[in-house]
Design a protein around this ligand. Structure first.
Ligand code: URA
Length: 497
């Protein structure tokens, strides 16, 4: 053995420079002993790390990668991926192939060269694992930081066990995606830490016991996972290919998979039944007539809500936690229609429970309107949002989503049979009136629908919460704007029974 390369197994750049220096020295693969240390901050100085050779001095004046750059374009990116592989023979194989290509550059064109094929295979496995790390890292908040109750100081920690040396190559995605969070990804060989202001730092690997235990947020994640699991699309072999069992120990949702697979045939049969009896769109021009028996209307309303759960007429259902149906009694004098469930409604499955909903409930109480005797619903039944880090930012539903949901809203109007409708914001007003509506231009008067039902339009409570920037009324003015919605004299009947 004439050469010894002391490199960092988790730092491909050191190994690349070593390979380049070995090519420049004319070293043969059999003359080199590669010994990789653990990862971490320290980086071996490559050229000094080539142990003294009796006759050939390392070309210290040669710039790093000088010899590798003489090889065909594309070699370095293949080498970078191969050097991340856990195969202990990767250095010798790469070194031998580099020598072949240096001697006969046309070999690089031979895509069937067995040495090349073997190296491409290693590179593919590495790229696949980087992709898996991006998909399967799950952050958990550190408990003591959570108890601090200072959202900014919460640190999120994830545990991941890669087979290959991919941490440095995989973390840039997390840097971009979670730029405003403090996080760490712990692995057995190398840990990455991100702290916004201080940037990225690496430290030696740790034991699994350093990773935080499951947290309360995980229950929400599991609910979400259950709700997006589509039994009708289940293909177990494809699922195992995408989500190999070796990643399961670190995936909270893995604990639900077996149960979901077992119940899939029954759930998918139920879905097929629901699809076999599709809901006919209600013509908007049809007059709203109270159902003959409130009991049967209530049952039909509940049944409709169950069917709406499986609606996939727009893409929102695929991302939301669940469909949020209206709430309130059949025969309520006033139906209050919002835009769409927000983050908290999406998690709770009930309308108007988040901050905007609380404001509405406060106003109703102030006006003396018992909320339990009114019917509260939304024009769009699924939460539309944009993921930003761990947060889901509300996005106004588009015309397509509002149109797709109109059938459900109109069915609610028919079955609840209110005497008047209150639209909160432009989306609700447009859905109820069947045309684009400017809230500002529609305030202060009743607007008749084709079926004769009167619609009262006010600003959405979320706009009132942001009134300083949105130009919406103050809370006091908004409550006054709501008041006429219970006249023409609407009667708040005592609930039946
Ligand atoms: N905003 C709405 O429009 N509806 C809800 O249910 C909650 C917030």
């Amino acid at each position: 053995m004439r050469w010894r390369v002391q490199h960092q197994a988790d730092d491909v750049q050191v190994a690349l420079r070593a390979l380049s220096a070995l090519l420049a020295c004319g070293a043969a693969p059999g003359e080199v002993l590669w010994s990789g240390g653990a990862g971490g901050e320290a980086q071996a100085d490559l050229l000094e790390a080539l142990a003294p050779a009796p006759t050939i001095a390392p070309p210290e004046e040669a710039p790093p990668l000088h010899a590798l750059r003489r090889l065909p374009a594309g070699f370095i990116s293949l080498a970078e991926a191969v050097l991340m592989h856990a195969d202990p023979q990767r250095f010798q194989r790469l070194h031998a192939y580099a020598l072949d290509v240096a001697a006969e550059p046309q070999r690089w064109q031979d895509a069937l060269d067995p040495r090349r094929l073997a190296l491409e295979g290693l590179a593919r496995e590495v790229r696949r694992e980087i992709h898996k790390m991006h998909a399967f890292v799950r952050f958990r908040p550190l408990q003591d930081a959570v108890d601090d109750n200072a959202a900014d100081s919460v640190q999120y920690v994830a545990w991941f066990e890669p087979e290959h040396h991919i941490v440095r190559a995989a973390v840039p995605l997390f840097e971009r995606r979670f730029a405003s969070m403090r996080w760490a990804i712990l692995t057995p060989r190398l840990c990455a830490h991100w702290n916004g202001s201080d940037g990225l730092r690496f430290s030696p690997g740790v034991d699994r016991s350093k990773a935080p235990p499951p947290d309360a947020g995980e229950a929400l994640w599991l609910d979400y996972y259950r709700s997006i699991f589509n039994p009708a699309r289940l293909k177990v072999s494809a699922m195992l290919r995408e989500m190999p069992r070796r990643y399961w120990p670190n995936l909270p949702e893995a604990s639900t998979i077996t149960g979901l697979i077992q119940s899939a045939p029954e759930r998918s049969a139920r879905m097929q039944q629901a699809v076999a009896a599709p809901l006919r769109r209600m013509p908007t021009a049809q007059p709203a007539t109270p159902s003959r028996s409130p009991q049967s209307a209530a049952e039909r309303l509940a049944d409709l809500g169950r069917r709406a759960r499986h609606c996939s007429d727009c893409t929102l259902a695929a991302h939301a936690t669940q469909m949020v149906w209206g709430q309130g009694p059949v025969g309520a004098p006033l139906m209050i229609v919002g835009e769409q469930p927000d983050d908290q409604e999406d998690l709770a499955g009930r309308p108007f429970v988040g901050p905007a909903g609380q404001l509405l409930r406060e106003a109703l109480a102030e006006l003396g309107w018992p909320v339990e005797r009114l019917y509260l619903t939304n024009a769009v039944k699924h939460f539309r949002f944009e993921p930003r880090g761990k947060r889901r930012i509300h996005k106004t539903p588009g015309q397509r989503e509002a149109l797709a949901c109109q059938q459900w809203l109109e069915a609610e109007v028919r079955l609840v049979a209110p005497q008047a409708l209150l639209a909160l914001g432009a989306t609700a007003a447009a859905s109820l009136l069947g045309r684009p509506v400017s809230v500002q231009d529609s305030l202060g008067q009743w607007w008749p629908r084709a079926d004769g039902l009167p619609v009262w339009v006010v600003h959405h409570p979320a706009a009132v919460l942001r009134h300083a920037e949105s130009g919406a009324p103050t809370y006091g003015d908004w409550v006054q704007a709501l008041r006429p919605a219970m006249q023409p004299p609407l009667h708040l009947k005592e609930p039946a029974g």
